[in-house]
Design a protein around this ligand. Sequence first.
Ligand SMILES: Nc1ncnc2c1ncn2[C@@H]1O[C@H](COP(=O)(O)OP(=O)(O)OP(=O)(O)O)[C@@H](O)[C@H]1O
Ligand SMILES: [Ca+2]
Ligand SMILES: [Ca+2]
Length: 619
Amino acid sequence: MGLCTSKPSTDRSIHVSYPPSEPPTNAAVAVGDGGVERPDASSADESLTSDDQRRKERTELENVKKSPFFPFYSPSPAHYFFSKKSPARSPAPNAPTGGNSTPKRFFKRPFPPPSPAKHIRAVLARRHGSVKPNEASIPEGSEADGMAALDKSFGFSKHFGNKYELGDEVGRGHFGYTCAAKFKKGELKGQQVAVKVIPKVKMTTAIAIEDVRREVKILRALTGHNNLVQFYDAYEDSDNVYIVMELCEGGELLDRILSRGGKYSEEDAKTVMIQILNVVAFCHLQGVVHRDLKPENFLFTTKDENSQLKAIDFGLSDFVKPDERLNDIVGSAYYVAPEVLHRAYGTEADVWSIGVIAYILLCGSRPFWARTESGIFRAVLKADPSFDEAPWPSMSPEARDFVKRLLNKDPRKRITAAQALSHPWIKSSNDVIKVPLDIIVFKLMKSYMRSSSLRKAALKALSKTLTVDELFFLKEQFALLEPNKNGTISLDNIKSALMKHATDAMKESRIPDFLASLNALQYRRMDFEEFCAAALSVHQLEALDRWEQHARCAYELFDKDGNRAIMIEELASELGLSPSVPVHAVLHDWIRHTDGKLSFLGFVKLLHGVSSRTFVKAQ
Ligand SMILES: Nc1ncnc2c1ncn2[C@@H]1O[C@H](COP(=O)(O)OP(=O)(O)OP(=O)(O)O)[C@@H](O)[C@H]1O
Ligand SMILES: [Ca+2]
Ligand SMILES: [Ca+2]
């Protein structure tokens, strides 16, 4: 765990690639010096990505101008040397003089350095190339050489200069800088905007160009959420791409956390969390995963204490279909979810990052702390964050439960952003909370619709054991789907509820296609009782301390109502086991010897049945 008391000198994301033979899963802690500020803009690189072409291109790029270090990471003395020697970025017009626009600050190191592991240094060297200080400068002409082959035309409007007058730099990132700007003429003359300027000379790979194209596409598609920076337009000329958006004048969330000495009261943390969860739930419903959620990527609109928070920087975001898993290792080390490191993830990865932000907001420390990137990864994969040290014991049990449920290492057990908004800790806030529609409901309904009547009966029994808190989310979702309040929902209701919230992003992430899997609902309606059975997540319930109790209680209900004599072969097929598996030996325990009905073990297996079958099919 690392105490979060200061901010490194710049804010940006990096892309680190891992050869398939070297997933970071086995990463160990490497030696590091600690206590030094974040590397400067030209050398640091904090977001990660895989994918063959991407890997190749990025590795080449990284060898030339990136270091393996992440934000918040305390670089070794060698790296410090390296970053001081790094070439300065080309300054923005009107950039404040005196080097970096963000002052350098320092992190305290609360724990002794972890033990060195030489082989990890070797892995890092292989991954990033052995960068000597003087290799940090980009060789003259190297970018220009590669540029000839790359198509850097985006089809954006060409008249940025006619319309806007660039003002002072307000922020800086890995690929570009952000300036305030004003409309030159027309009705909006004098009105301020923010312009993220991305120099084309920095787009040295096809992937980098594609990232900019996608950033604009996503910003353009995701419109209409109060907690999302408003996009106005994108322009280009031969030198730059210009992303014009609303100007947020209140600074980054990270700065506010730091100015409060790292800690927020529970009530203040809730206000921040509600806004983050709302915008992320919105993105997820649209089929967009942000992939770089961290306090630097949330800005306040004004300097006011109660200012609205806006999500920015969709530079690493992507569209994800409801059933799809992404495999790029992308993100920022302290915030990266375990399944991202395992290269199979979806929108749940963003929720993990929100969990890290929540942990930092509430206690001022990072939940997964090490002095190297690989050490952080190992902590993310293996370590449980501490809730024993101050101030956690004095916090409400709901706050601890909330953070734990966001930081569940199993993405299937982790709650979603919309579910987090119905968590008792958030519900107890003074703010008014509207729980948004959650795509997980449709995913679970799809699995339910494909289940046998035996499994449906098991799920129904389980749904009867839900507590008031657990039912709250389902009630809210049902209400969103049931406009006529007649107690039942149809496929049309689901379609229109989705369309009501649709943006252009939904088409890209194929959410309408996904609805076809609920076609069975075309011929009938579903009441709330059945909806609870259909939309509950067995995995999420399993994560609860009281799961055993839930399951026992559900089994008793099922035994009374739905249990019946069952053949081992039937159970095998129910669970999607291939006939070639010697099922008798395995399944024997799952059938009650006295009457041939399902045993408790068999019942629990059955509850998971369809998901394991889908999993087997997907392999
Ligand atoms: N709309 C805005 N209003 C005010 N400042 C902004 C705005 N958008 C971005 N900034 C500032 O510019 C910084 C860099 O922007 P952004 O994070 O989008 O760039 P980036 O190059 O993608 O960065 P990274 O290196 O994190 O990937 C932000 O951290 C913020 O301080
Ligand atoms: Ca950023
Ligand atoms: Ca970015």
